[in-house]
Design a binder for this molecule. Sequence first.
Ligand code: GTP
Length: 347
Amino acid sequence: MSDDHEDHDDHDHDLDHEDEDDGPDGDFDVSGVAPAGAFYQAPEGFRSGFASFVGRPNAGKSTLTNALVGQKIVITSSKPQTTRNVVRGIVHRTDAQLILVDTPGLHRPRTLLGERLNDLVRTTWAEVDVVAVCFPANEKIGPGDRFLVTELAKVRRTVRIAVATKTDLVTPEQLGQHLLDIQALGAETSTEWAEIVPVSAVAGDQVDLLADLLVGLMPEGPPLYPDGDLTDAPEEALAADLIREAALEGVRDELPHSIAVVVEEMGLREGRPDDKPLLDIIANLYVERDSQKGIMIGHKGARLRSVGTAARKQIEALLGTPVYLDLQVKIAKDWQRDPRQLRKLGF
Ligand SMILES: Nc1nc2c(ncn2[C@@H]2O[C@H](COP(=O)(O)OP(=O)(O)OP(=O)(O)O)[C@@H](O)[C@H]2O)c(=O)[nH]1
């Protein structure tokens, strides 16, 4: 079984030439965040609700979400701003259900995409029960953090907590100073932190405590999702994220922002024995320019092949099914600046 294909198509693919309605559904709609009904009668005192991690790019939000949920469901990467989709992780406990909404980082918008992402972030903030601002302990609090906390202060009602992330990277003295800085930033921006919690998602330090604190801040209510669901993000979106993550490995500069992945088809192959299922995934990796397409494909397709292999392994680990991944690179010219193409790509 081959992993993936290099692109055999020499034409640029302008998404505008395709049918209006065949684009992916936007995963950006958070209006569905509160599902209609409860699934079963909750025990007395059960709590359920939504929390969102925010913070500068690379602050450790996705890693923390994964640590809380206990399974890899949100992509993480050393590249800033890899998280575009709202992917929710669900923490199931006997006393509570905590739904984690992972938002893109707020940033100074340079493109239409940037503006839409910022709008999305603000909408999410207003809808959740708790916003947890992540401040990486190994980095000084800076203008970006101040911008974010100031913007957050404009959203009324939402409970705010501060999380000092990556504590394994600093000394106790540095951590102490960091916590004081977080407190000072709160005072400066009229933000009342309900809690200030130091954690290390990588070392597993204080992650349970954070879960307890978040649960304590949730309203009483029944479970909102069936037991066992880790995320209600469509599997296509998870697969697309994992492919994007693999594609980001080893690329630099502006290219990360130019990559979008759309899973066109995903389904179990017919005629396979029950004990040997195979999941077919056909996905397109969009870049903005011809030169970027070359970089993505690599010499004789070598780079694309290794991206495909890495992504396939991650998807298999997540979904527990062998995967056949057909991955092609296509060009969507300047998609970040073009409203119609943004819509096509799910933004
Ligand atoms: N040492 C250490 N590294 C961490 C920890 N948490 C996250 N990291 C690393 O920091 C980098 C960024 O983590 P992410 O979880 O992707 O950060 P993010 O805030 O979701 O990033 P964006 O999606 O860009 O907003 C990755 O390389 C992680 O491995 C931690 O507790 N300790």
